[in-house]
Design a protein around this ligand. Structure first.
Ligand SMILES: Cc1cc2nc3c(=O)[nH]c(=O)nc-3n(C[C@H](O)[C@H](O)[C@H](O)COP(=O)(O)O)c2cc1C
Length: 280
């Protein structure tokens, strides 16, 4: 085979995700990468922008959320050991207090301090590479006590819901998820703003964004279990339709993951681990 044909065949074999992974690898000689990371980390003007660069809906109606939660009756060990996906739900609504806890524990602000340049930094329940926080959270409310069905954006800085749309999303949601929404009370949709991580970390920023979505999702699923709610994650949805439903353009901000939340059926097994673990 000629060299030309060999190269051509090799190019045809390329899988875009493998190529992306190769292009986002770090080596000892990624000098441009390290220069940019240090610049962003040390320039006070950039650091200041990062602190205030969060998504806002200034003209929306705001619904305050609670942070004064009751402690879970379940222990931390029990919450982790008994988490599992539950896909059948009761018709009962979930409460706004439950929604408050799910959102606050997902990625809420738990404290703040100032650095040597007197720039404010916030502590959050979920880690984020460089504190850039590229993940946004939307609530699709279907059956939440005290909340009109519709789409809401979670503002962690103000701990409020911002109304995006008060159109009932039930029918569209069913279509978007290939009919996976029967008796669902609420969906938390995680989106990502790739540019927020990319401007500091280049191609590697995309990896970080996805990893951060995973951190937040696990917080949500464990919080749901701590509240004795049923939940499961969905990666199988029609992206463009979900983007349209929550009002994002699918390029600068992209849908990543859906976390379905509902009340448990009365006869749902009170989930003891099936296998005895070393903790017991
Ligand atoms: C990235 C990802 C995508 C998923 N997408 C779906 C989905 O579209 N529909 C669904 O019913 N479950 C989905 N799941 C849930 C898995 O099927 C479930 O976690 C798996 O069966 C293990 O069960 P467990 O969650 O009870 O441990 C998804 C899970 C992950 C991690």
């Amino acid at each position: 085979m000629s060299d030309f044909k060999k190269i051509k065949n090799k190019l045809i074999d390329i899988i875009p995700s493998e190529l992306f992974h190769l292009n986002s690898k770090l080596t000892h000689s990624n000098f441009q990468f390290y220069d940019q990371v240090i610049r962003v980390q040390t320039d006070p003007a950039i650091k200041k922008i990062i602190t205030i660069a969060y998504k806002k809906y200034p003209c929306s109606q705001k619904i305050p959320l609670n942070t004064n939660f009751n402690s879970s009756k379940k222990s931390f060990d029990e919450i982790i050991q008994t988490r599992h996906s539950i896909r059948t739900f009761d018709k009962r609504p979930i409460s706004l207090d439950d929604v408050s806890k799910l959102l606050y524990y997902a990625n809420g602000v738990t404290g703040k301090n100032t650095d040597d340049d007197n720039i404010l930094h916030y502590f959050r329940t979920s880690p984020s590479a460089g504190g850039l926080h590229p993940i946004e959270i939307y609530l699709i409310a279907i059956n939440v006590d005290g909340l009109t069905p519709g789409i809401y954006h979670y503002s962690p800085m103000e701990n409020v819901l911002e109304t995006v749309s008060d159109q009932n999303p039930s029918e569209k949601l069913n279509d978007i998820t290939f009919n996976q929404t029967s008796n669902i009370s609420a969906v938390l949709v995680l989106t990502g703003i790739p540019g927020k991580s990319r401007f500091k970390y280049g191609e590697r920023g995309y990896r970080f964004m996805m990893l951060e979505g995973g951190h937040i999702s696990q917080n949500i699923l464990l919080s749901a279990n701590s509240l004795d709610l049923a939940s499961y994650p969905i990666g199988g949805f029609v992206d463009d339709d979900l983007d349209e439903l929550i009002g994002i353009n699918g390029v600068d901000e992209v849908s990543l993951y859906m976390l379905m939340i509902g009340t448990k059926l009365k006869n749902t097994q009170s989930s003891k681990p099936k296998v005895k673990t070393s903790l017991k």
